[in-house]
Write a protein that binds this ligand. Structure first.
Ligand SMILES: Cc1cc2nc3c(=O)[nH]c(=O)nc-3n(C[C@H](O)[C@H](O)[C@H](O)COP(=O)(O)OP(=O)(O)OC[C@H]3O[C@@H](n4cnc5c(N)ncnc54)[C@H](O)[C@@H]3O)c2cc1C
Length: 429
């Protein structure tokens, strides 16, 4: 995990009851807690490890509308507004900057995909435009890449994952939320077919509503409740450079690298063209639902049968109210694929020689939870009243996180939703 992640001190005493329990202290759960606290609704957030220990601190920090599905754009636009208001709302900066995002195309086929995307989101009147190779050069000087073109959205941007979620959590606490770290939720308590509490490793809390925002663990948690949520894991490796002069403030994604400026003066870099896909039992159980994605992304995935498979196989899938896998896995820390990081850096150096001076400050990896259509689920579970889930963000939930958390809080508190929740229905999967 990035060494720049801010830590946070939280309460340690479990209350006997509350109105809402949130499971998971990533950006989605924390924003939901902040929203509920602002509405004076008693809320307790429980995190098995530490706030933002998993995806929410390990991501690249991109906040984008570019390349999103048309139906996901309203959530991204709502998130843009929330990011912009954040300093006023929580009393500090989280590094949000609308510095723009550019996706480069090497081939005419890739360029045609950008054009198709732009046509598909025409109803949203975004500020996205197509760029010629000359226009790329003007915006990101000093390049040697041979590009077919690019798509660019000036109002896209970035924030700093290492500070955003913990800053939001501190604000939630200041507004009355109770956040407890190192407290795994084992299972739900039910009465008369409805949720009435949660069983944690420290005891039980009675509540009216539960919001599950447990990231890559949501599938296992729900499986124990006999609810099937299809998600599969992918691992993405990342590196950060020491402070250096770079060619631009824009975040740039090419087919085989991406980079964006880090608040500390360096750049955060990854290999966009390859992701590790560790095989697990779930591939046998639900892998067939991903055939469409596999067809489109076959060349991107490095499928491996290794430690993850063995760990996953020995991890219980049913445990009642006894010790759960969650307290045995406080923070998922997948191995870094240094080769992919090196490949990304060398591809980037060929395209922008300014990165020849880059030296690596640190590297890390994160586990992403992917649904069959790459969009999250933010919905009430009809078969279990009192349970709402917000999960499966498929590698693009940091940018939309503040709006997704607010939407989840809206559903929990029966408030007019910030956007139409229809695209995020559970039963579409
Ligand atoms: C390397 C990488 C790069 C990415 N880049 C981007 C990007 O540039 N832009 C973007 O928008 N998105 C990006 N993403 C995706 C983004 O990080 C996630 O979609 C987002 O952070 C998901 O937030 P979350 O709150 O759902 O999950 P998480 O941040 O994973 O939080 C879930 C939390 O729940 C806790 N938990 C789980 N089970 C329990 C339990 N039983 N009891 C208590 N606590 C529990 C976990 O410990 C965890 O802290 C990237 C992800 C990775 C890994």
């Amino acid at each position: 995990m990035t060494t720049t992640l801010e830590s946070i001190t939280t309460d340690n005493v479990l209350p006997a009851s509350t109105a809402v329990v949130i499971i998971g202290g990533g950006i989605v759960g924390v924003t939901a807690a902040l929203t509920l606290a602002e509405r004076n609704i008693p809320v307790v957030l429980l995190e098995k490890g530490h706030i933002a220990g998993e995806q929410s601190s390990r991501n690249l920090g991109w906040i984008r509308k570019t390349s999103r599905h048309l139906h996901d754009v309203p959530l991204a636009l709502a998130a843009d507004r929330l990011w912009a208001q954040m300093p006023e709302r929580i009393g500090r900066s989280v590094g949000y900057r609308q510095a723009g995002i550019m996706f480069l195309a090497k081939t005419e086929k890739q360029m045609a995909m950008h054009e198709d995307w732009l046509k598909s989101v025409a109803p949203m009147s975004l500020d996205s435009t197509l760029l010629t190779p000359q226009a790329i050069d003007a915006r990101v000087p000093g390049g040697r890449g041979d590009w077919a073109g690019a798509v660019f959205t000036a109002s896209d941007g970035r924030a700093e994952p290492a500070i955003a979620t913990t800053a939001l959590a501190n604000a939630a606490i200041a507004k009355g939320a109770n956040i407890i770290q190192h407290c795994a939720v084992r299972s739900l308590s039910t009465a008369a077919g409805k949720v009435c509490g949660v069983v944690t490793e420290k005891g039980e809390i009675r509540c009216d509503q539960v919001l599950l925002a447990a990231g890559a663990w949501s599938r296992r948690f729900l499986g124990n409740q006999r609810i099937s949520l299809p998600t599969l894991p992918l691992i993405c490796s990342v590196l950060r450079t020491q402070p250096m002069e770079g060619p631009t403030d824009i975040a740039v994604g090419a087919p085989d690298f991406s980079f964006r400026k880090h608040q500390g003066g360096g750049f955060v870099i990854t290999q966009r063209g390859k992701l590790d896909a560790p095989l697990s039992l779930d591939h046998l159980l639900i892998g067939f639902r991903y055939l469409n994605q596999l067809r489109q992304q076959a060349g991107f995935l490095r499928i491996s049968l290794g430690r993850y498979f063995a760990d996953d196989l020995t991890m219980p899938r049913r445990w009642g109210s006894n010790a759960s896998p969650f307290e045995q896995h406080r923070t998922t820390n997948p191995p870094v694929n240094e080769q992919l990081n090196q490949d990304a850096l060398s591809n980037l150096r060929q395209a922008w020689p300014a990165f020849n001076q880059a030296s690596i400050a640190e590297s890390w990896a994160g586990l992403i939870d992917v649904t069959p259509d790459s969009n999250p689920v933010i919905d009430r579970i009809q078969s279990l009243p009192g349970l709402t889930i917000a999960t499966g963000f498929s590698g693009h939930g940091f940018g939309t996180g503040p709006a997704a958390g607010q939407l989840a809080a809206d559903l929990v508190s029966n408030t007019k939703p910030i956007v139409d929740p229809t695209p995020y229905r559970f039963n579409r999967l």
